[in-house]
Design a protein around this ligand. Sequence first.
Ligand SMILES: Cc1ncc(COP(=O)(O)O)c(C=O)c1O
Length: 461
Amino acid sequence: MESLPIEPGPDDRAALEQAVSAFIERFIDARADAPVFHGAADPELVERLLTPPTEAGGPIGPLLELVTQAVDTGFDTASGRFLSYIPSGALYSAALGTYLGAAINRYTAGSHAAPGMVAIEESVIRWMTSLFGFGDGAGGVLLSGGSLANLTAVLTARSRLGERFDDGVVYTSERTHHSMTKGAWIAGIASDRVRLIPTDGRLRMDPAALDAAMDSDVAGGLQPMMVAATAGTTDTGAIDPLDRCADLAATHGAWFHVDAAYGGFFQLTDRGHARLAGIERADSITVDAHKSLFLPFGIGGLVVRNVEHLVDAHEGRGAYMQDVVDGDLPHYLSMGPELTRPNRGLPLWLALNLHGVDAFRRTLDAMLDLAEDAAARLGELPGVELITEPELSVVAFRSTDGDTATARIQQALNDSGRIHVSSTTINDRLWIRLALLSQRTTASIVDEALDLIKAATGRTC
Ligand SMILES: Cc1ncc(COP(=O)(O)O)c(C=O)c1O
């Protein structure tokens, strides 16, 4: 068989598309019952997958066969049974948007190059800034995820100090996501200029400790540069006291950032809106559409109260860009570390406008209900304790018989192939997390998880 022409004609395109969409149909239909955990990959398969590309190319059938085998390894993050880490819903509508955006391949770094596509992306950014109560002058940029957004926030906060920032200090909680401290490190902030503030009994940043740390630094001649609160920690979904953090940041003239990568879009719900009170006072907010908007991986962002700060921190052009024309729409190339970037706006815009915002609100509300219900039922199980009541949709629990028994419960869940959970360590104890954040996660899946937990505790009620 001849290899595929580098620019395929209509017949070849139709055949390829049919093969890929048949694959996707089978894949999605199988999700409800497919094992969520396959374990490690067979070394022979890994060898085959590591084969370098062929000189001659070949038909798509055998390649999709390899993809099928590759998919059946590790854990299935597209499954509603995947309750580990922070799940992603892998929305089909957004996957189509990614396909569309890649085929169109417009250059969304500069608005002069793709004003229509940038307007589509900007409509989503404006929706987000108004969701968080930002007014005129706000803006933002879509990035690959929370890590890049947190880094971009640190770079923005740092740039307000000018080129010398040795005295600037970053404050975040001891339960912060590691991308926050990693972002500070990449931004050149020494580790002795990062304070990990202790948390209270509900694992939220302790404002009194934050206050004391800031006062002590000021007395020592240092300059509070950034307070980075978390709205929905990865461990337990805890929300730092945002209003108090905002007050303290304002008192010391520090940038107030909120890492809402996981928790941010719960703002759409009444309960989430109430719990995230104070987020509207942030200078910058990290959000991840590939978390709480259920999109496939690779779409997060940073929104800021005053877009000029973002541009001040990231503007930079070469002579080869002298034809760039400035207009009313933003140049995303001036708002983050990236220049050329994938079209992230299109999948987000397509998903929001196909399903409607209310569909996302209702799905997030359902996740809060599932978490409340799971927590109530776990709390009643003999031999099980919760770390706290869930603030969002992560429920962390352990066996009262200790870490070995807790590890046994986790293993029983994961070995079942029906449910996948991850663990964390808090206060030197092992905790299992049920993270409920996929539109494919249903009440019956949570029932199944609870039945497995009950059986694994080895206790009778
Ligand atoms: C609170 C929080 N911040 C940041 C991140 C990093 O996001 P990403 O994995 O999209 O880079 C995560 C990831 O789980 C997170 O939970």
